[in-house]
Every structure is written in structure tokens, then in C-alpha cells.
Ligand binder design. Structure first.
Ligand SMILES: [Fe+2]
Ligand SMILES: [Fe+2]
Length: 316
């Protein structure tokens, strides 16, 4: 049986993807963080132009990969709502076998590795929502504002969602650095940041954020169950227990109050929302596939997955 560190080395890194996603991650860090005027601002803007082109090419490749599927979505409000809802069961990366395994069988070491990747790939839902709501019509804007306020703990620092995840990361001593993060996880964060930042993808961002709310609860519940099994205290794992419940409500409200009015007013944007949702699901699917490979899962000729052999340390 291979130990986790040995198993990780067996995965073949794809250098080109890795370089691109590291570069975009560095760009996102720079453009999203508050800064100060510098003497080099002209040179910085010129460099930003290069990075924006590279980002645009990446996002367009991702968009093309889902465009045909998205074009099959109905554009009337009821039909679109049903199509979107069905993605929870049939969308890319749904019902991945990784999650029952995290809930019931993985070791603490394996759970920590998984969480380290997820934390590093976390783009900050509240900031993405804030960027996306700019100049949206009043109804959708208000729904994004309500969601944002929940993310912000309704004004209470202790209840803010971002810091809840940071608490878990700190308690578990997680290593969440860009350099140790698989490119698939960086690609997820870079896609979310790219859609939220560039206004030409504003409706894609609505779809991508909405599908997170719609598909996160079952995965959050599985991770929460796994953390409990591994002896992580209730307070430390609150982020996952909370999202297992709250995101069901967030999703219903997002679909009814943000997506439905947008599609009702302009059926032409339904496919942009669909593309955004599928782009996000595809990013997740790619992460789960890579995580399984890194964690020692195997796949047979028929495409069926087998869990890795049980590791020794199954307790915290
Ligand atoms: Fe949240
Ligand atoms: Fe949420």
C-alpha cells in the first residue's frame, strides 16, 4: 500500500495547465487586492493587458467546451428552471464517489489533503457576488445583496463564512498555498474570478455562483460527516454543517429571485447563465477526477472507480 505522499508523486503533472493556472492565480491575487498608486502603474496596466488576453482565451476555451450542452437549455422561465434544477443530478461531476468516501472512509491525512486543495481553490463567494451585482436590475441585485449579507454573517464577524473556513484550515494546520495546489483547483478559482471580474461574463457569473448554491449542500454534508467521524469538534467544522443546510435556501432564492427575473425579461441571456453553470460544474468535475487520482483511487476498463486501500490513521 502506498502512503499518501508516495501516491501523490505517481500523478503526472500537466506542466502547461499548471503554468497557465499559476499565472492566472498570481494575476487574480494582484488585481483583487487593495493597493496603492505606484510609479510603474503604466507598465502594470500593459502587463494586465497581456494577462487579460490570456485569461480571455482560457475562459473562451472553457465556454466552447460547454456551449453545445448549454444551447440545449429551454429559454422560457419554467423550462429553464427545470433544466437548471436537473443539473443537480445529471450535471458534470455530480454524485462523485469521492464524497461518500470522504464521509465514511478516508483517513485524516486524506481529508486534510482534500481540504487543503479546496481552501486554496476558494475564490471568496462574497467578493464574487459583490462584483457580479454591479449594475444588475433591482430584483436580482437585491437577491445577490441578501446572499452577500448572509456571507458576511449579517454583520457579525464570528458568523462570516470566509473566516469560518479559515478557522477550520487553521485548526487542522492545512497547507493552502498556490504552489502546492493542483491546477484543476486553481482553474476553478480562476474561472470564478474571471467570470465575476469581466462584465462580458456577468450572466455567466450569475449561473456559476447559482450552481454552487444548488450543488454544494450534499457535498458539504458529506465533508461535515467525514470531519465528525474523524473527531473534528463541532465548532471547527461549522462551515460545512452550515452550508449543508443554508445553501438549500440560498439556491431556491437565487433561482427564483435572480435567475428567473433575468430570463423572464430577456430570454436571450438564458444560455449565458447555462454556460456559466456548466463551466463551474465542469471545473468541479475536473477537480474530483484529479483528487481521486492523487488520493490513490483506480479506474477499471469499464470506467468504474475503486477506492484506495484504507490508510492506517483514520482518527484525528
Ligand atoms: Fe457561504
Ligand atoms: Fe450560500
Amino acid at each position: 500500500m502506498l502512503k499518501l505522499d508516495e501516491r501523490r508523486k505517481t500523478a503526472m503533472p500537466d506542466r502547461e495547465h499548471e503554468q497557465l493556472q499559476q499565472r492566472l492565480a498570481t494575476f487574480n491575487k494582484r488585481r483583487l487586492h487593495p493597493g496603492l498608486p505606484t510609479a510603474d502603474w503604466r507598465a502594470d496596466l500593459e502587463q494586465d493587458g497581456d494577462e487579460l488576453l490570456i485569461e480571455g482565451e482560457f475562459l473562451e476555451r472553457e465556454r466552447r467546451a460547454v456551449a453545445e450542452h448549454a444551447a440545449s437549455a429551454p429559454t422560457d422561465p419554467d423550462g429553464f428552471d427545470s433544466w437548471l434544477t436537473e443539473l443537480t443530478d445529471t450535471g458534470p461531476g455530480q454524485n462523485d464517489p469521492l464524497f461518500p468516501w470522504l464521509a465514511d472512509s478516508c483517513s485524516m491525512d486524506e481529508m486534510k489533503w482534500f481540504l487543503g486543495q479546496e481552501v486554496a481553490g476558494e475564490a471568496g463567494f462574497e467578493d464574487l457576488t459583490a462584483l457580479t451585482q454591479v449594475k444588475m436590475p433591482v430584483g436580482p441585485k437585491l437577491e445577490l445583496a441578501r446572499n452577500y449579507w448572509d456571507e458576511m454573517g449579517r454583520g457579525n464577524e464570528k458568523a462570516m463564512h470566509g473566516p469560518l473556513l479559515e478557522t477550520l484550515a487553521r485548526r487542522l494546520g492545512l497547507e493552502a498555498r498556490t504552489e502546492t495546489t493542483v491546477w484543476e483547483s486553481l482553474a476553478l478559482a480562476n474561472t470564478m474570478a474571471g467570470l465575476a471580474w469581466n462584465r462580458r461574463y456577468a450572466y455567466h457569473s450569475i449561473g456559476a455562483l447559482g450552481i454552487i448554491e444548488q450543488t454544494a449542500p450534499s457535498r458539504a454534508a458529506a465533508v461535515g460527516r467525514g470531519l465528525k467521524r474523524l473527531g473534528v469538534p463541532t465548532g471547527d467544522r461549522h462551515y460545512f454543517d452550515l452550508h449543508a443546510i443554508l445553501d438549500v435556501k440560498h439556491s431556491e432564492a437565487w433561482n427564483a429571485e435572480a435567475i428567473r427575473p433575468l430570463v423572464t425579461t430577456n430570454p436571450g441571456i438564458a444560455h449565458a447563465i447555462a454556460e456559466g453553470a456548466l463551466m463551474r460544474l465542469r471545473c468541479g468535475e475536473r477537480c474530483f477526477e484529479r483528487y481521486r487520482a492523487e488520493l490513490g483511487w483506480s479506474k477499471d476498463a469499464q470506467g468504474a472507480y475503486s477506492e484506495p486501500p484504507a490508510a492506517e490513521n483514520s482518527q484525528a
